[in-house]
Design a protein around this ligand. Structure first.
Ligand code: MN
Length: 340
């Protein structure tokens, strides 16, 4: 079968690899129909993803049609449309034991630490397979995973109906988090440096948007919250300064979600955390969020068809990578199609 392999930074190739076979009783083989290209795939391609090792079959956002199942698998029938959770955990460490397997100390993510789903077929343990119940366009089957990032953010922020939320950054993660927060009854204001990204967010349901270079974010937040200050801040910008902004902007008793993977420190005053009794949490990958996301796809509250900017045949991977690097303002999520 064919797969997309990054052999070393800046070297992507379509390569022939053995088709996966059922070897364990709980194996599921998926015929991949589509995958979403993520910033972390770009990072593996251009050598800036510190977690990556080479060569690597990339792709952690993927889905398709169940092709075959191992003898111990129940409830997953060949022919079903499915999404795959790329998170693999040990089940034994502290995080796993308390139900936080997405931060397992032996964590492996398909497409990052081990081979992933940008291939004609992929093998996934049954517990990582999540079925769609309503028929979805095949190009969208890989887009549950980015929405699970948004669902995890909302869970970590303990978002409830009526909460007012600032999401800094209107890229794919910001927009997915916004749609999940809206689905849970929150009011969301998004900020970004790029007008087109905010227009997209607005068209997908953001209550308000703030174009940071031209508007005063603090004033807009005062208006948005009737002077109370913003209780939930999600930082998808992920620079040292954006986390400082989040700590400054959050109101007393506020919650802040941190998503960055940079190793540079932010200058945060302990007094800001103490005086406001802030809750600052990290959010990584997803912890059993596929069911909620698939429900959102099926009730129409989450819109993967609007997240997808364009679909490319997987053999045009270089064209897709060039589009993302040269026209970042015009791209929200590119999809690779694997059929035929
Ligand atoms: Mn991703």
């Amino acid at each position: 079968m064919k797969a997309i392999k990054i052999t070393s930074p800046f070297h992507a190739e379509i390569t022939e690899v053995p088709k996966p076979e059922i070897t364990a009783p709980d194996d599921v083989i998926i015929r991949v129909t589509s995958g979403g290209i993520c910033g972390s795939d770009i990072g593996i391609y251009n050598g800036t993803n510190s977690l990556a090792t080479y060569p690597r079959l990339i792709g952690h956002e993927f889905g398709g049609i169940v092709e075959a199942v191992g003898p111990a698998v129940t409830g997953i029938e060949p022919g079903s449309q499915a999404a795959a959770d790329p998170v693999l955990s040990c089940g034994k460490c502290y995080a796993c034991r308390i139900g936080r397997h997405n931060v397992c100390r032996n964590l492996e993510v398909m497409g990052v630490h081990r081979d992933g789903g940008f291939a004609e077929y992929v093998k996934v343990p049954a517990k990582n397979v999540h079925l769609y119940h309503k028929k979805l366009d095949e190009s969208l089957l890989g887009l549950a995973e980015p929405y699970t990032i948004g669902a995890e953010i909302c869970k970590r922020a303990q978002i409830q109906a009526g909460d007012q939320v600032l999401i800094m950054g209107s890229g794919p993660i910001g927009i997915c988090a916004m749609q999940v927060a809206k689905r849970q009854g929150a009011q969301v204001i998004l900020s970004d440096l790029v007008k087109e990204r905010l227009e997209k967010a607005k068209s997908m349901g953001a209550d308000e948007t703030v174009l940071v270079p031209e508007e005063n974010l603090e004033e807009r937040l005062e208006q948005f919250t009737d002077g109370e200050g913003i209780p939930v801040v999600v930082d998808t910008v992920c620079t040292p300064a954006s986390l400082e902004d989040a700590v400054r902007l959050a109101c007393p008793a506020g919650r802040i979600v941190c998503l960055g993977l940079k190793d540079q420190p932010s200058k945060i005053c302990m007094a800001d955390i103490t005086k406001k009794e802030l809750t600052i949490v990290g959010s990584r990958l997803n912890n059993n969020c596929f069911g909620e996301v698939i429900a959102g796809f099926e009730d129409g509250s989450l819109n993967p068809e609007q997240l997808m900017t364009k679909a490319y045949h997987y053999t045009d991977i270089m064209e897709a990578l060039t589009m993302i690097t040269e026209h970042p303002k015009d791209v929200l999520k590119l999809v690779l199609k694997f059929e035929g």
